[in-house]
Design a protein around this ligand. Structure first.
Ligand code: LMR
Length: 418
């Protein structure tokens, strides 16, 4: 039967990463994958994480954690994951004093980072969210993180898109978005980026979130928040969760996929959570318990139980006041450096008088900027200047640093003028 299996294309982003790794040019600029880099273009182990995981005299990170914590071993976690981690992860999103927590309306499951959380949510919706026996359509922003498409279609859910990015303003197409949400069939599933939208770096304002929530409430739509960059949009964890908190206050039943890859720099450890939040009702606690029981079955059949190491690191930080404060400081270091690179890139393009308006570089927020460069310009930047970015014109701002920002700006200036 395998003879009939066609060759699948390589994942575009991971293909880009591979090509970039293979390029030995000293000029190389890696603006592809959304992963934080320091001013030397190197991965940054957050100091607060390093404190927990590294010891010069010990061979491996795992050894060191074990040394510090006599209770840690390599046994299985429960199916829903490490409770000290998932409970704090939920607080981080909904706020410690949220009635959703005191009323036991949140059910949380540790997942294989944000991707696993989106997948678990997609599976859950495919199995339990049927309107008149039919699956609802999932509406994704246009554009969105490329993986969203295949995660939802892999579980058989129909996909559609809503306008999001305005090519003219390089900001939010709020009217187009609201129109599409109003036109979508009732009870559609709407995937929303909680903050620091990937790939555009464009977020709705609080007022625009209110308008979006109003349309969604009127059409009884089901919000599914993807929160992969909490702490990266404003540098403030609470502010970056404000859209989610607002929707909860409005009484929505909703889902949240949460990643700790970026904000803890735990990319390869796959630490994340999926949360179901039920609307206020006298029956809410029992709904949450039933949902949790079904999520446990889905989780057991997919991964049995989640990995312990990254969750343990995040949990240690989230449960300790001093470490938590240090983590916030580390987040400000990352978001601050990214903002400084936005300013530097914009200033250099202005200085070069590069044709076009580049205000969006500093207006957009979070890890990414959607530059507006065309696919042909992106290809030229790669072949002639060793600059790697996704072909939709997205750059990972964290790939820029004080040593390469001028080089990148000059390369952009050249390809834009050609
Ligand atoms: C990205 O968009 O670059 C990141 O979210 C990495 C990924 O898994 O796609």
């Amino acid at each position: 039967p395998a003879e009939a299996v066609p060759q699948a294309p390589e994942d575009p982003l991971f293909g880009l990463m591979r090509a970039c790794k293979a390029d030995n040019s000293p000029d190389k600029v890696d603006l592809g994958i959304g992963a934080y880099r320091d001013d030397n273009a190197k991965p940054w182990v957050l100091p607060v994480v390093k404190k927990l995981t590294f010891c010069a005299t010990h061979a491996t990170q795992a050894d060191e954690i074990l040394r510090n914590d006599p209770d840690l071993n390599h046994e299985y976690l429960p199916i829903a994951g490490l409770a000290s981690f998932t409970s704090k992860a939920a607080e981080l999103l909904v706020g410690t004093s949220s009635p959703a927590l005191s009323e036991k309306r949140v059910s949380s499951v540790q997942t294989i980072s944000g991707t696993g959380a989106v997948h678990l949510g997609a599976l859950f919706l495919a199995k339990f969210y049927k309107i008149n026996g039919q699956s609802s359509t999932v509406y994704l922003s246009n554009p969105t993180w490329a993986n969203h498409n295949q995660i939802f279609s892999n579980v058989g859910l129909p996909i559609a898109t809503y306008p999001y990015f305005s090519k003219e303003t390089k900001g939010l197409d709020i009217e187009g978005m609201k129109r599409a949400l109003a036109d979508a069939p009732e009870r559609s599933i709407i995937l929303l980026h909680a903050c620091a939208h990937n790939p555009t770096g464009v977020d709705p304002t609080p007022e625009q979130w209110r308008e979006i929530a109003d349309v969604m409430a009127a059409k009884k739509h089901f919000p599914f928040f993807d929160c992969a960059y909490q702490g990266f949009a404003s540098g403030d964890l609470d502010r970056d969760a404000s859209a989610i908190r607002f929707f909860i206050e409005q009484g929505f039943e909703l889902l949240i996929a949460q990643s700790f890859a970026k904000n803890f720099g735990l990319y390869g450890e796959r630490a994340g959570c999926f949360h179901y939040v039920s609307p206020p009702s006298p029956d809410a606690a029992s709904v949450t318990t039933r949902v949790a029981s079904q999520l446990a079955i889905l989780q057991r059949s997919e991964i049995s139980n989640p990995p312990i190491y990254g969750a343990k690191i995040a949990s240690t930080v989230l449960n300790d006041k001093a470490l938590f404060a240090e983590w916030q400081e580390n987040l400000r270091t990352m978001s601050g450096r990214i903002i400084a690179m936005r300013t530097a890139l914009k200033a250099k393009l202005d200085e070069l008088k590069t044709p076009g308006n580049w205000n969006h570089i500093t207006d957009q927020i979070g890890m990414f900027s959607f530059t507006g460069l065309t696919e042909a310009q992106v290809a030229k930047l790669r072949s002639e200047y060793h600059v790697y970015m996704t072909k939709n014109g997205r750059i990972s701002m964290a790939g820029l640093n004080t040593k390469n920002v001028d080089y990148f700006a000059k390369a952009v200036d050249k390809v834009v003028r050609e």
